[in-house]
Ligand binder design. Structure first.
Ligand code: ATP
Length: 206
């Protein structure tokens, strides 16, 4: 790792909606790896969620902006929602390296569940050349990704960094389900996001 370079975290996700699991993970990776910034990048059309109905990008983008607004080290980029077609991380990473220049190191922040799918990611070999992966999870769940890392060979072993986080068993799926059932989501998402969901009447259809 080159400490002279600018260090940027990439927190990609559908964020449908963003929740405290995303925020806590991003903040812990940021501090553990001394990142200058974490860029939250809502996916336009996530390749692993094709065929699923997802909330219009403008809502997911605005909720991500609201959830991250109070953290001076967090920023939100609309680049994937502005692009048509599936959102591949390799395209995003190439574009960011182009924009921020060669004096930049990128860290893709993912939950352990996303690492389990890593072998299916587009142009994985090149991706491992271009960025670090910070795999965040609680101890125990992290060990479960070791066989995947082993299959990535030496490159993967060097590039995938494990981070212990107090992973909360919270998912956007669970939050959408609670909203459909009329249950509280207080403390699962920032208050501003909960209010926005209510105002826009998101996630209420059966
Ligand atoms: P859904 O339930 O709709 O699939 P999700 O809650 O998993 O959504 P995504 O937006 O798909 O959220 O996830 C973006 C990234 O955040 C992924 O890398 C995922 O592993 C990670 N992530 C999601 N929830 C958590 C959590 N509770 N703790 C740590 N990482 C998480």
């Amino acid at each position: 790792m080159d400490m002279q370079k600018q260090r940027l975290g990439i927190m990609g996700g559908t964020f449908d909606p963003i929740h405290i699991g995303h925020l806590i993970t991003a903040e812990i990776v940021r501090t553990d790896f001394h990142l200058d910034k974490v860029l939250f990048i809502p996916a336009g059309s996530p390749p692993h969620k094709q065929g699923q109905i997802i909330t219009p990008a403008v809502h997911r983008y605005l909720m991500t902006v609201m959830a991250t607004a109070s953290n001076p080290h967090f920023a939100v980029l609309p680049m994937e929602i502005e692009r048509s077609g599936p959102s591949y991380t390799i395209d995003t990473v190439r574009r960011l390296l182009n924009e921020y220049g060669p004096n930049t190191e990128l860290f893709c922040i993912t939950g352990a569940d996303a690492i389990r799918d890593l072998l299916t990611w587009k142009d994985l070999d090149t991706l491992l050349d271009l960025c670090w992966f910070a795999a965040a999870s609680r101890p125990g769940a992290l060990e479960a990704i070791d066989p995947i890392i082993a299959r990535l060979g030496e490159k993967g072993r060097n590039r995938v960094l494990r981070v212990n986080t107090p992973q909360l068993d919270i998912s956007a799926t669970q939050i959408r389900e609670r909203l459909r059932q009329g249950l509280s989501i207080r403390y699962l998402v920032p208050e501003s996001v909960a209010e926005y969901i209510k105002k826009e009447q998101l996630y209420t259809e059966q």
